[in-house]
Design a protein around this ligand. Structure first.
Ligand code: NAD
Ligand code: ZN
Ligand code: ZN
Length: 338
């Protein structure tokens, strides 16, 4: 069948919105008619070819997709026509390697990623793997829930592995698409939250969402301010796309604390050996979340504890959305509505 989709043909060129051919769902696959898809900064990295591992080209980005199952392929028993599902970054994993077997499927060496190594949800229709799509809870709006499929599950998981406990201070660096939901998960988990960004409107949003302390990293040294106000946070999560935020995140934690790297600038930060050893600091990477994390992250939203702040756009305007993202003009998340 034919469908309208946004396609990356070459890196650093505008996406082309055009008719593409969608294959019939094969063994274990489903055909999903998309209703909404959030635009993640990862889609921008994909379109720019920013990372050491490149996406396939051409590629249809999009891994915060929500839609209705229209057709099921051979062998699909767990999902039926009419179900509402989510197209995630963890598009498919092998199910058999040591990581998959140990409940660490996001580390599978044989995984496919939605909108990167597999065509994603910036498309009227998407073919996905029945075993790996998310089940969308009933009482939520498709547009509002879309960002939970990546921004939500990713930050929920990062906070889970941070080791912070209720009552602890946690710093979130970058109050964009990921950060503004990170902050809400952090509050729901009982943490005290410092929100750091370099734009005042993002910090105004952070305050509205319950941040206990907000810092504009452009005018104030966040490390000094955090040490002064909290004595150092138990954990800092960097979801910004700049090296400096990661360095500041590192230096914001107190003894025994953790730094969780989530944002993906193609860069490096120096980790001082002496301080890391003497202060017992751990530095961890965190990549999206498993299907179990996804269920839990969606439930927080279904229970009304977390709600993405969204504005909508049409598929035809995807290049304007990405351009606004480059210039930091988006508050919350933009969701494409089909
Ligand atoms: P975004 O563009 O919506 O948000 C980035 C935010 O960082 C903006 O609010 C910006 O103002 C802020 N920022 C920029 N410089 C800063 C600084 N020096 N200090 C503090 N804040 C600063 O992007 P997003 O969609 O939230 O994605 C963020 C990053 O996370 C991207 O690199 C994306 O690829 C990555 N990501 C990682 C995972 C994962 O599983 N690890 C999942 C999704 C996205
Ligand atoms: Zn994403
Ligand atoms: Zn595997």
């Amino acid at each position: 069948m034919k469908a309208k989709a946004a396609v990356v043909n070459e890196f650093n060129e505008k996406l082309e919105v055009k008719e593409v051919t969608i294959s019939k769902p094969g063994l274990g696959e489903i055909l999903v008619k998309m209703e909404a898809c959030g635009v993640c900064h990862t889609d921008l990295h994909a379109a720019q070819g920013d990372w050491p591992v490149k996406p396939k080209l051409p590629v249809i980005p999009g891994h915060e997709g929500v839609g209705i199952v229209e057709e099921i392929g051979e062998g699909v028993t767990s999902i039926k026509v009419g179900d509402r599902v989510g197209i995630p970054w963890l598009f498919k994993a092998c199910g058999e390697c040591e990581f998959c077997l140990a409940g660490k499927e996001t580390l599978c060496m044989d995984q496919l990623n939605g909108g990167y190594s597999a065509d994603g949800a910036f498309s009227e229709y998407c073919v996905a793997s029945a075993d790996y799509v998310a089940r969308i809870p009933e009482n939520v709006d498709s547009v509002e829930i879309a960002p939970i499929l990546c921004a939500g599950v990713t930050t929920y998981k990062a906070l889970k592995i941070s080791g912070a406990k209720p009552g602890d201070w946690v710093a979130i660096y970058g109050i964009g698409g990921l950060g503004h939901v990170a902050l809400q998960y952090a509050k729901a988990m009982g943490f005290k939250v410092v929100a750091v960004d370099i734009q005042d409107d993002k910090l105004t949003l952070a305050k509205e969402l319950g941040a206990d302390l907000t810092i504009n990293g452009k005018n104030t040294d966040p490390v000094e301010k955090i040490k002064e106000e909290t004595g150092g946070v138990q954990s800092s999560i960097s979801v910004a796309v700049t090296k400096v935020a990661f360095e500041q995140a590192y230096h914001s934690v107190k003894r025994g604390g953790s730094v969780v790297l989530v944002g993906l600038p193609n860069d490096e930060i120096p980790v001082p050996i002496f301080d890391t050893v003497l202060n017992g600091v751990s530095v961890k990477g965190s990549i999206v979340g498993t299907r179990k994390d996804m269920q839990e992250a969606l439930q927080f939203a279904a229970d009304g504890k977390v709600k993405a702040i969204v504005s909508t756009a049409k598929l035809e305007n995807i290049n304007d959305v990405l351009n606004d993202m480059v210039h930091g003009k988006i508050n919350g998340r933009v969701v494409l509505e089909f």
